[in-house]
Write a protein that binds this ligand. Structure first.
Ligand code: 5GP
Length: 190
């Protein structure tokens, strides 16, 4: 998606540890117009898939996934990072290692909102090593739902998570794929 790549080049900031900050339009301040475009682009790419539910992980995936859910006209469910008192034990749960925060946490989804009847599109902002997605895939597997595909806004290809998922035969669409990045250069994969 060219407008996204242009925006990454103009506004993205490379931080130590291979972290790309896109806080001015995606992860802190949000540009609703580019979010709308992202929602429409995933709809176009997964038009043929029979998707009835969008699943993401809190927090930064939620706004993006909202736009995707709107373009498919289906509900969005987000995996919660902490078990709260409001959610009974009736949950699917998986363990995730956070790339940006270097910690391990559990993600949960209520069994009420994901069942074997669902055909799921996973959405997230970034794909690095793939741990967050592996947690979500595990939750989809536990529910018996069908994983139709994964939509990622920014894939950092050099970290290998995307190719590991593709090798498993999972349909993965990334709107901007970064081949390499340093403080003063950022290259996209064609
Ligand atoms: P993974 O689990 O694939 O290693 O990392 C994916 C998760 O870590 C994403 O949900 C995202 O929140 C965060 N993340 C990974 N790399 C980056 C990055 O370069 N920039 C930002 N802002 N978040 C990242």
């Amino acid at each position: 998606m060219q407008s996204l790549k242009d925006r990454i080049l103009s506004d993205g900031k490379v931080r130590p540890g291979n972290v790309l900050k896109v806080d001015s339009f995606l992860n802190h301040q949000m540009d609703i117009h580019i979010l709308e475009e992202i929602g429409a682009e995933f709809k176009r790419r997964f038009e043929d898939a029979n998707i009835n539910k969008i699943l993401t992980i809190e927090a930064s995936g939620i706004a993006i996934a909202c736009m995707v859910a709107k373009s498919f006209d289906v509900p969005l469910v987000f995996a919660k990072k902490n078990q709260t008192k409001n959610i009974a034990g009736d949950v699917y749960s998986s363990r995730v290692t956070s790339y940006t925060h270097s910690r391990v946490y559990d993600v949960i989804v209520s069994k009420e909102f994901l069942t074997a009847d669902d055909r799921v599109l996973l959405i997230d902002d970034f794909l690095a090593n793939g741990c967050a997605l592996e947690g979500l895939i595990d939750i989809v597997d536990q529910s018996g739902a069908m994983l139709e595909g994964i939509g990622i806004v920014i894939e950092k290809h050099f970290q290998g998570g995307g190719d590991r998922l593709r090798e498993k035969g999972i349909r993965l669409e990334s709107l901007a794929i970064i081949e390499s990045m340093t403080d003063d250069s950022l290259k996209f994969k064609d």
